[in-house]
Design a protein around this ligand. Structure first.
Ligand code: CO
Length: 203
């Protein structure tokens, strides 16, 4: 978890501090502008939910991989060459007919970068961080248009810098004949956060 110090800062303050740190590190020769740009580019363009989708589609089609994923998400992802910053201690929680999972970071914006990329703005914003914990069912229905039936228990997982959760969504019905690539296309970012379902196949 972040220190309470972080909680009190606004987005603008954080942005200003990051810029100041970057300038200082470049001035001291610790970093180059090119290295910073490259890192930002990787997480903006190359690392994103398409990697998480690969993992999910594999888990849907390979029960032994799924068991390893639920046992240790970080090592299972490494089998597929997926890992890195902010993914050292990932935990995957499985949606079932009786349990629906949602992830949040109530203190800041901890998020499994290697499989989902950088978090969306609403994930980092205070309204989501506070309300999803208090009234998840209401918020999922009202803010995400994703009603979860009362018969399904909702579990909210609070990520931290030590543990980063993400969701293995349920495989949509009617996808028995699809290839792994076709399945991957159904796995949305929101379904891996737990604020939406995997997409239905186009019939
Ligand atoms: Co955090």
């Amino acid at each position: 978890m972040a220190s309470t110090d972080t909680v009190l800062r606004t987005q603008e303050e954080i942005t200003a501090r990051v810029k100041a740190l970057e300038a200082l590190l470049i001035e001291r020769g610790v970093l180059t502008t090119a290295a910073v740009d490259r890192l930002a580019e990787v997480y903006e363009n190359e690392v994103g939910p398409q990697l998480g989708a690969k993992v999910v589609a594999r888990a849907w089609t390979d029960p032994e991989f799924k068991a390893r994923l639920l046992d240790n998400a970080t090592t299972a992802c490494a089998e597929l060459g997926i890992g890195g910053l902010q993914g050292e201690d990932m935990i995957v929680v499985e949606n079932t007919d009786t349990v629906h999972n949602v992830l949040v970071c109530t203190l800041c914006s901890c998020y499994p970068w290697p499989v989902l990329g950088l978090p969306p703005n609403w994930y980092k914003a205070p309204p989501f961080r506070s309300r999803i914990v208090r009234e998840p069912r209401k918020m999922l229905a009202e803010d995400f248009g994703f009603p979860v039936p009362d018969s399904i228990e909702i579990r909210v997982w609070d990520s931290s810098s030590e543990l980063r959760y993400w969701v293995l969504p349920q495989r949509p019905v009617g996808t028995e004949g699809l290839s792994v690539e076709e399945l991957e296309a159904l796995v949305t970012r929101d379904s891996m956060i737990g604020v939406g379902p995997a997409a239905a196949p186009v019939s």
